[in-house]
Design a protein around this ligand. Structure first.
Ligand SMILES: Nc1ncnc2c1ncn2[C@@H]1O[C@H](COP(=O)(O)OP(=O)(O)OP(=O)(O)O)[C@@H](O)[C@H]1O
Ligand SMILES: [Mg+2]
Length: 582
């Protein structure tokens, strides 16, 4: 885990090394200052040597300034290194997520990924900064101050050596107890994030089902749980402070009392006593900081693990070593294809599929919900890999192609499609970044989107909200089709892409396709037979199996499922579908 995270320090290595060095310099200077002070008192004030006071005073100012400078530089490089690590981690995670295959994405939840990219990275960032600045500084301060104290007076130094040990034990007990609560807090955070994420992204559904009160309660509970856990943990952690203060003042009292006696008996000089008191403060403070570092490190272990999961997740799909960049034509062939989403499941989602589609053909795909229509077409653009058999496009196995080249030629309008925030033109240019406005307009005409875009006051510059919430379902579908058309693909797949479009427009779109892009192989998944009956051939899917693959007329004559669906859709009088496609 450390190796994975450490690999992302990269260009901030120098800053990461400089930080502890500056912090150590600060410690060294802080150790010298009490000695100079002691010398001022013992050799200057007590002996009435003003010259010595000035010289030592000047050295003290210099040491203090240098210490301040080191502290500032340590803070500067510490921030630079930790923010840099955070930036690199976010970038690496984001880039890795982009390489994920659909099957990898299935493993993580969206809310989980967002939390990992934000909260978890911030945790690591803070912990790293703390470690760089304090992990060396605090122990170094303790060691230096301890050494100096023993050098000055072993008797008095042993007092706070004892105090340090006792305080150390007490702190570790408190932290261990608090950590149990903190561990709990992370689970509660996940619950809260889930509640927020789900409600904000699906606020419309929440309202439609009048679930506001229930969701509010859920959120309040999640939020209250975090409050409870943190109050418990923090009420333990804040014990650190009084405990520490008690120890500090007890030590100071003891040292002052014993020290004063020693000074009276000339066993110790006044200045040395002052120095001892300062070292005592430094040591106990550092101990306190060390305890905070432990809390922070333990807190960030969970975050580190979650980040590493994202970073180490390898895409299930790989480009071949010698990829083919050209897709010869739009022909498609499935040979004995078997496919499952989960390798452990017994029944395959696609069961021994064999079919062959010629370039330029229009193919309809029909079948009940869950009959694996989407799964079938997702294999063509290699969104998933087959378990057995092979899928070929343009005469070559899809696994031989460079994935980007293949997907540029196989344009899919996914069933759950989405638009992005930006203008209509921006959205269309996802299909082809260099498309002129004229080309965009042409694609929209084919997809019957131009007619409604023209009615918007801002036309093609109309702003689309995130997820396309400010256009209707049918309008969104038509924009998605236009976007896919702009890719000028050899194969165009429409996965239930006109389900929200009225039948007449649906027929118009299909007619436009026939006339404008005759060379493109078109696969149209639909629930309405009218949407596919004018296709060259129609695939009938049933529970993951190919039930029929023929023309409308032949299927009507020979395929029972097809005939049943056709009859149920055309009978009963006022079926919308009848007029649309005939
Ligand atoms: N990402 C996924 N992970 C696991 N199982 C899945 C996934 N997507 C689909 N399935 C399962 O695979 C089967 C086929 O689903 P598929 O989406 O291909 O059906 P479909 O014919 O497109 O249905 P619909 O008409 O409702 O779109 C279903 O049983 C479904 O539960
Ligand atoms: Mg589907």
């Amino acid at each position: 885990m450390l190796k994975t995270l450490g690999a992302h320090v990269k260009e901030y290595t120098a800053a990461s090394i400089a930080t502890p060095i500056f912090m150590l310099m600060e410690v060294a200077l802080e150790t010298i200052i009490p000695l100079l002070m002691a010398s001022i008192i013992d050799d200057g004030v007590n002996k009435g040597d003003t010259h010595h006071i000035f010289i030592m005073g000047a050295w003290m100012i210099l040491a203090a300034l240098l210490s301040l400078f080191s502290g500032c530089m340590g803070a500067k490089f510490g921030s630079k290194a930790s923010m840099g690590l955070g930036k690199n981690l976010r970038k690496a995670m984001f880039e890795n997520i982009q390489t994920y295959a659909f099957s990898n994405i299935d493993k993580f939840s969206t809310a989980g990924l967002v939390t990992r990219l934000t909260t978890d990275v911030t945790n690591i960032q803070n912990a790293y900064q703390m470690i760089l600045r304090m992990a060396m500084r605090a122990p170094a301060t303790i060691l230096c101050a301890m050494a100096m104290s023993f050098f000055i007076s072993p008797t008095l130094a042993s007092i706070y050596l004892a105090a340090v040990i006792l305080l150390g034990i007490a702190l570790s007990i408190i932290i261990r107890k608090a950590m149990k609560y903190f561990d709990h807090a992370f689970e509660k955070y996940d619950e809260l994030n889930e509640s927020v994420q789900e409600n904000v992204s699906a606020i419309r559904v929440v309202k439609a089902y009048v679930r506001e009160d229930y969701e509010k309660k859920r959120f309040t509970t999640a939020s209250q749980n975090i409050y409870n856990v943190f109050t418990k943990a923090e009420s333990l952690v804040i014990l650190n402070n009084p405990l520490m203060m008690f120890t500090v003042y007890s030590c100071i009292l003891l040292i002052s009392w014993l020290g004063a006696h020693m000074v009276v008996n000339s066993a110790l000089e006044t200045g040395d006593l002052m120095a001892l008191l300062t070292y005592c403060m430094n040591i106990l403070m550092s101990l306190m900081i060390l305890s905070m570092i432990f809390v922070m490190i333990s807190l960030s272990v969970a975050s580190a693990r979650r980040i590493c999961e994202v970073l180490n997740e390898e895409s299930d799909l790989h480009n071949p070593s010698d990829p083919v960049y050209e897709v010869a034509d739009g022909s498609i062939e499935f040979k004995n294809v078997t496919f499952r989403y989960s390798k452990s499941s017994e029944t395959p989602v696609l069961d021994n599929i064999n079919l062959s589609i010629k370039s330029g053909e229009t193919i309809g795909i029909i079948g009940g919900t869950g009959s694996s229509k989407s799964s079938l077409v997702n294999l063509i653009s290699r969104l998933y890999d087959v378990d057995e058999g092979s899928v070929s496009v343009g005469g070559r196995d899809v696994r031989d192609y460079d994935m980007d080249s293949l997907r540029n030629q196989v344009s899919v309008v996914l069933q759950q499609n989405t638009l992005f925030s930006g203008s209509i033109l921006d959205n269309l240019r996802w299909g082809d970044p260099n498309a002129t406005e004229e080309e965009c307009k042409k694609a929209c005409e084919l997809a019957c989107a131009d007619e409604f875009i023209q009615t918007f006051p801002d036309g093609y510059e109309t702003h689309i909200e995130q997820g396309g919430t400010n256009v209707s379902g049918g309008q969104k579908q038509r924009l998605c089709i236009a976007r896919a058309l702009l890719k000028k693909p050899k194969i165009l797949i429409l996965d239930d892409s006109t389900s929200a479009v009225d039948t007449a427009t649906d027929a118009k779109i299909r007619k436009a396709f026939r006339e404008a892009i005759p060379g493109t192989t078109k696969l149209i998944i639909a629930q309405r037979i009218s949407s596919v009956q004018d296709a060259d051939r129609i695939i009938v899917m049933d529970d993951g199996k190919l039930n029929g693959f023929d023309t409308h007329e032949n299927l009507l004559a020979n395929n029972e499922i097809y005939r049943d669906v056709y009859e149920s859709q055309t009978q009963g009088g006022g079926d919308f579908d009848e007029g649309g496609a005939a």
